[in-house]
Design a protein around this ligand. Structure first.
Ligand code: ZN
Length: 313
């Protein structure tokens, strides 16, 4: 089947007139123009050829385009249907392309964690060139000057492999990304985009790309934060480990007075055992009770033990 060829067409507005030669009324406007067409769709005219022809005496006379009847003249545009479609299609793709380029530049100018870059491994990560040269790089962190990436352990020959990996949520599987990270200056990243070493920049939407997860949703803030670590209590523990009992007690006391149950428990133990201070069971009991009031199980148990040997109140 010929898709491209030229073809004659006949006037749809053929007008009957009187032949100037034989006066017959069988005198018609004929269109024998040639145009390039794709299947049945005309793309562009190649040669105009309008003429009047008498079917009686065979007299024929060419008609210049501007002398054509107006409806026929207006209908000429149909011969450009294909060209017009091509122009619109190109315009559509061009606007799509420039919108995408603008979007990509916006993502480069304002990076976000988990922006996902598709890269050529040899030049991006200085890896040996192999037929499987495509890798996934994901932003871990960034500042004004640098971007740190995690890079996939996997290499791909074609982009389709990466798309499939994303679609099937492989990126969130353990060991998909190498634990070794790569930090690059942002100017270098921009250069790599310009040179096509980074050939695509994607931003997850709802943690996904191509319908598969490429990142874990950020952990929601817990309503109850569990055991609150008290800074002074932690400091006290450090002192205690270094056998600096007096400093430890001072820190535990600060924590205890701030209401930390673990600070209170530790203070009580220091008084009970006489570490960093003279043994003082009354003080120990007092602080055990404070911690017990906060439902500290360990304090309750130790208070009970202490009260077996020493009258509590
Ligand atoms: Zn005639």
């Amino acid at each position: 089947m010929l898709l491209f060829n030229t073809c004659n067409s006949f006037s749809s507005f053929s007008k009957t007139a009187t032949c100037p030669y034989c006066k017959s009324n069988d005198y018609q406007l004929v269109n024998n123009s040639r145009f390039l067409r794709f299947a049945i769709m005309p793309i562009v005219p190649l040669a105009w050829h309008y003429y009047y022809q008498c079917n009686h005496c065979q007299h024929s006379e060419p008609v210049p385009l501007i002398k054509l009847p107006l409806p026929e003249l207006l209908s000429l545009i149909k011969y450009f249907t294909g060209s017009i479609l091509i122009v619109f299609t190109l315009l559509y793709f061009y606007t799509q392309f420039s919108a995408q380029a603008a979007q990509q530049q916006a993502m480069l100018d304002a990076p976000q964690a988990y922006d996902t870059y598709l890269v050529k491994a040899d030049k991006f990560a200085q890896e040996p060139l192999r037929p499987e040269n495509l890798k996934v790089a994901q932003i871990l962190e960034f500042d004004d000057k640098y971007i740190t990436f995690q890079i996939s352990n996997y290499r791909y020959k074609r982009n389709r492999g990466i798309t499939m990996a994303m679609r099937t949520s492989l990126l969130v599987q353990r060991d998909y990304f190498s634990s070794k990270t790569l930090t690059l200056p942002r100017t270098e990243v921009q250069r790599m985009v310009d040179e096509g070493i980074i050939y695509n920049v994607l931003r997850p939407y709802a943690y996904s790309l191509y319908g598969g997860f490429v990142m874990f949703p950020p952990r929601p803030k817990p309503l109850y934060e569990g055991v609150k670590l008290n800074k002074h209590n932690q400091q006290g523990i450090n002192y205690y480990k270094d056998d600096l009992f007096e400093d430890a007690l001072a820190s535990f006391l600060l924590a205890a007075e701030e209401g930390s149950q673990w600070g209170q428990l530790n203070t009580a133990q220091m008084y009970r055992d006489g570490e960093g201070v003279e043994k003082n069971l009354a003080q120990a009991i007092y602080w055990y009770q404070q911690a017990a009031k906060q439902n500290n199980h360990k304090a309750k148990v130790q208070l009970k033990e202490l009260c077996l040997m020493h009258p509590c109140e």
